[in-house]
Design a binder for this molecule. Structure first.
Ligand code: TRP
Ligand code: SF4
Length: 336
């Protein structure tokens, strides 16, 4: 028999992805790999933030369901283990909306208006009308996502840190107003994001059309690497190159062994190696590293019902936790 006092509860981690497109290597190296290592040490909740996707995609909701399935497939292929972490869909846990509503009562408008992503995104996505109620509430819905599971840590990129900061402020305000410490104050776990360039040398992004997708077959990946931008100064085979400005080399740093990286570094500068060969080596190393992922992806792609079932079961489990928290919230707020 385990003694209760000695049982150390694992700290809780929560994070989400918006299902607004297929995942690419940048998403994999930046977020997913990190999620994977966190499941070893923490009790993890990972979810598809489909309501958050709606804040910008409300006029074109058609593709949402297929992105949910596609990303769920990538998660499982990457090795997120539904036995160890809870994988779920935000909209399948309507308690997020209830908590969002209650929190909206205590959140000063100015707190939301001063979140940097609010004006930035409106500027950036000019083609979409983001002057909506839902978009202003984006970080508050995110707060509800986080605290409804009493998460301690939230792995996110640096752009999301102000959102986690807001959630801490909301938690403090809730405790101050209702005199009950219901929630831990969540902390951002900054994900060290390796700079992954796209095939054109800019940041990898679906909107630049320069991404290598996790769902790309090996042939497509080879072709994308074959036509990738290199050092623009290296016009001819006998011109020496500068690996530090070459996106192909940036990938070697991720996928090739140290000795090979050193060799390419030297032989590019002395024009001993050509870009064609350099890219072939990269393709080989990258595909070898991704082989396990691709095999597992192949398995799940042909079993969409199994993927849906896992997300459905995860959503049920998440909902049980969310309901318990909502009982405490209603009690603290003295709601009937
Ligand atoms: N806003 C996050 C992003 O764009 C997605 C997200 C929604 C999220 N809810 C969350 C991340 C809660 C962490 C915790 O990446
Ligand atoms: Fe880039 Fe490789 Fe060509 Fe050098 S040899 S410019 S690192 S592709």
């Amino acid at each position: 028999m385990e003694k209760k006092g000695k049982m150390m509860e694992k700290a809780r981690v929560l994070s989400g992805m918006r299902p607004t497109g297929k995942l690419h290597l940048g998403n994999y190296l930046g977020a997913l790999k990190n999620w994977l290592s966190l499941q070893e040490r923490y009790e993890c909740f990972y979810f598809l933030a489909d309501w958050h996707a709606l804040t910008s995609e409300y006029a074109d909701t058609g593709p949402l369901k297929s992105y949910i399935l596609d990303i769920g497939t990538d998660w499982l292929a990457a090795g997120l283990d539904p036995e160890r972490c809870t994988l779920f869909i935000q909209s399948r846990v309507p308690e997020h909306a209830e908590l969002h509503l209650l929190l909206s009562m205590i959140t000063p408008l100015a707190w939301l208006e001063r979140v940097p992503t609010y004006k930035e995104q409106q500027q950036e996505l000019k083609e979409k009308d983001l002057s909506t109620y839902g978009f202003l509430g984006y970080p508050l819905l995110q707060t509800a996502d986080i605290i409804i599971y009493k998460a301690h840590y939230v792995p996110v990129g640096v752009d999301q840190v102000p959102h986690v900061e807001l959630s801490r402020e909301i938690v403090r305000r809730f405790h101050y107003l209702y005199g009950k410490e219901v929630f831990p104050e969540p902390a951002a776990l900054l994900t060290e994001i390796p700079k992954v360039p796209g095939t054109d040398g800019r940041k990898m992004s679906k909107s630049y059309d320069n991404a290598i997708y996790l769902s790309d077959p090996p042939e497509a990946i080879r072709e994308k690497i074959r036509t990738m931008v290199t050092d623009p100064q290296r016009a001819r085979r006998h011109d020496p190159g500068d690996p530090e400005v070459c996106p192909v080399f940036a990938f070697h740093k991720i996928y090739s062994a140290v000795a090979e990286i050193d060799r390419i570094n030297q032989e590019c500068r002395s024009a001993e190696i050509g870009c064609v060969e350099c890219k072939q080596i990269l393709s080989q190393n990258l595909l070898k590293e991704m082989q396990g992922f691709m095999e597992r992806r192949e398995y799940y792609v042909h079993r969409p019902d199994q993927v849906r079932e896992i997300l459905e079961e995860g959503s049920k489990r998440a909902r049980r936790v969310a309901r318990e928290t909502m009982d405490e919230v209603r009690e603290a707020m003295q709601i009937a």
